[in-house]
Design a protein around this ligand. Structure first.
Ligand code: DHE
Length: 546
């Protein structure tokens, strides 16, 4: 299989296998076959993640014809062009007027039901590029692997591995389209990357230059991956979650051979059937042979025991609908996940295998993996920012030492804007950083807020707002320069942000900030750095340090 051509192949296969949904209403807008196919491709690349393949809604609103036809073409086009305060980004910088007008019509037409992708398809897509026995037996380079950053080059379908010590690009590998996350194997040797188009690549960092040693396709759309981290299972298994078809697969951790496939279709916490319960975040326990797998639309959190995959045990925890992203508290006992369109954070006690709490928050929390630190007044807390509100929420995470504050919102800090995606700190840092990349205002999208953690006991604590897009000095671009996703280096004395122009024909950059002085230490600019978004430091990702 020609994996490099997958986004294209995907569309062809998709078009060929897609079942047509019910015929459109007589007065519904229409598009030529060519324009419909083009809009379908854009919908998959830009919209399906939030609104769902079947357009039933999750992070974004339900876009089925019974709702969209009420809004009509001109209103829909405005929303898509300019975005909304509710978290919908503007698309006028990446889509043309015609594309926006066509998309406004497209979403008023019935959604096509996409095809399945079963074990047979997975096995046929699987390619073991280098068998384990033929791989290096020791590290063949002198790179400090712990401080390498795996950087998503979203629109070029690549991952750059950047040497964190020298800030030089060590290697670029061709991956799936718009890699969503990179996760590191327990040994720290392998980088597991999952593309939005479901292509999953395993990168071996022991070669002279990073090299893909295995690849497979986990579905048509995917966002999450992790590996087995418990003692005795290091690098043994991998798990990959798909958005479409709604399912997760367990694979061999060193070869990506598909071993087991589990569907996530079923009823929601309300007891209603849902045809598209997508797999959102996955984390791997360090204390048990277990993954925490979050099913978006059902609001169910699965604790999957991988010690006997032939007789797989799943504990199903009911929380709240629209589970999305999350991370551990500092002890790694509790996992906190955003039920984003429910405006809640669900807390799972992985030791007891139970829901510890459901915490109400401001609109649409979006933590990434969140940020853990000790608050001067409230003790250990975990933080999230929000897509739908200009605040950073702090939640107490220490039921033993600080029972009054545990699983309560102890403080809301002001963020410089709504439409934030990620917060970040590090155990060696006194700073809490937050972005607002999806804000339609260029000044806010290009800036970050930073708080001094030691000052948070003062209710009037103020943040410093720094425009890092300006610091990158990319000149005028058509696309908004969105500053996104802070990530620390291994030592915790530098924090890296992407300046993402959202368009592969325009320049982007990575800005490295000295954490102590909050001044720019280095701007990494390189024509090979096409639309950088997520950055994953090997050590911090391997050990869940955030
Ligand atoms: Fe993400 C994490 C889904 C849009 C960059 N994103 C996640 C996770 C999920 C998810 C389920 C958690 C994975 C995990 O931890 O196992 N993201 C989605 C979407 O459905 C959504 C809203 C729309 C879409 O079409 O994909 C979406 N995400 C984006 C972007 O537009 C971002 C900014 C740029 C991009 O590359 O596409 C983006 N998402 C990220 C990043 C993470 C992430 C950088 C990892 C954060 C971390 O620190 O772990």
């Amino acid at each position: 299989l020609m994996l490099a051509a997958l986004p294209f192949a995907m569309n062809m296969a998709f078009a060929a296998k897609a079942e047509k949904a019910a015929a459109p209403a007589a007065d519904a807008p229409t598009l030529s076959a060519e324009d419909k196919a083009a809009s379908g491709k854009t919908y998959f690349e830009r919209c399906a993640g939030c609104h769902g393949m079947l357009r039933k809604g999750a992070t974004g609103k339900n876009l089925e014809p019974q709702n969209t036809t009420k809004l009509g073409s001109s209103r829909l086009e405005k929303i898509m062009t300019y975005g909304t305060e509710g978290g919908m980004p503007n698309f006028d910088d990446i889509l043309s007027k015609k594309e926006l007008a066509d998309m406004a019509k497209y979403v008023q037409m019935p959604a096509d039901v996409p095809p399945e992708w079963g074990m047979k398809d997975m096995k046929e897509s699987w390619k073991l590029v280098v068998p384990v026995a033929e791989r290096p037996t020791k590290q063949m380079n002198d790179v400090n692997l712990k401080n390498v950053f795996a950087v998503t080059l979203r629109d070029s379908g690549e991952v750059a591995l950047i040497n964190g010590d020298t800030k030089e690009i060590w290697g670029i590998v061709k991956t799936g389209y718009a890699v969503h996350i990179s996760r590191i194997s327990a040994s720290g040797r392998y980088v597991h990357v999952i593309g939005r188009d479901g292509r999953y690549d395993l990168i071996d960092m022991w070669y002279k230059e990073p090299k893909i040693v295995a690849t497979m396709k986990a579905g048509y759309e995917a966002r999450s991956v992790d590996t087995s981290k418990y003692k005795g299972y290091e690098d043994k298994y991998a798990v990959v979650g798909a958005y479409w078809p709604p399912q997760y697969a367990i694979l061999d951790g060193e070869t990506l051979e598909p071993l087991k496939l589990v569907s996530t279709r079923g009823v929601t916490v309300d007891g209603e059937y849902h045809p598209e319960p997508r797999v959102a975040s996955i984390v791997s326990s360090h204390d048990k042979p277990e993954w925490v797998i979050n099913i978006k639309e059902t609001g169910m959190i699965k604790l999957v025991d991988y010690s006997d995959i032939a007789n797989l045990k799943e504990v199903t925890i009911n929380s709240a609908k629209f589970l999305h992203d999350g991370g551990f508290d500092s002890t790694k006992r509790y996992f906190l996940v955003a039920a984003n369109a429910s405006n809640k954070i669900a807390v799972v006690d992985t030791k007891e295998g139970k829901l510890a709490a459901l915490v109400d928050t401001a609109k649409i929390p979006h933590p990434g993996r969140g940020a853990n630190f000790t608050h001067p007044k409230y003790g250990p807390v975990w933080a999230t920012s929000h897509l739908g509100a200009d605040v950073i929420t702090l939640i107490g995470t220490d039921p033993k030492g600080h029972p009054e504050q545990a699983w309560k919102v102890v403080q809301e800090l002001k963020n410089h804007g709504a439409n934030s995606l990620f917060v970040k700190t590090h155990p060696n840092s006194k700073n809490l950083w937050s972005d607002a990349p999806l804000n339609p205002d260029p000044e806010l999208a290009g800036s970050v807020s930073v708080y001094n953690i030691d000052e948070l006991g003062n209710p009037d604590a103020k943040s410093q707002v720094i425009n890092l897009a300006a610091a990158a000095d990319l000149g005028k671009t058509k696309g908004l320069q969105r500053v996104v996703h802070g990530e620390y280096n291994e030592k915790g004395d530098e924090v890296w942000f992407s300046v993402w122009t959202g368009n592969k024909t325009e320049p982007s950059a990575i800005v490295v900030v000295d954490d102590k002085t909050r001044t720019v230490k280095k701007v990494i600019k390189d024509k090979r750095l096409v639309t950088p978004t997520g950055k994953f430091n090997v050590y911090n990702t391997q050990h869940d340090v955030y």
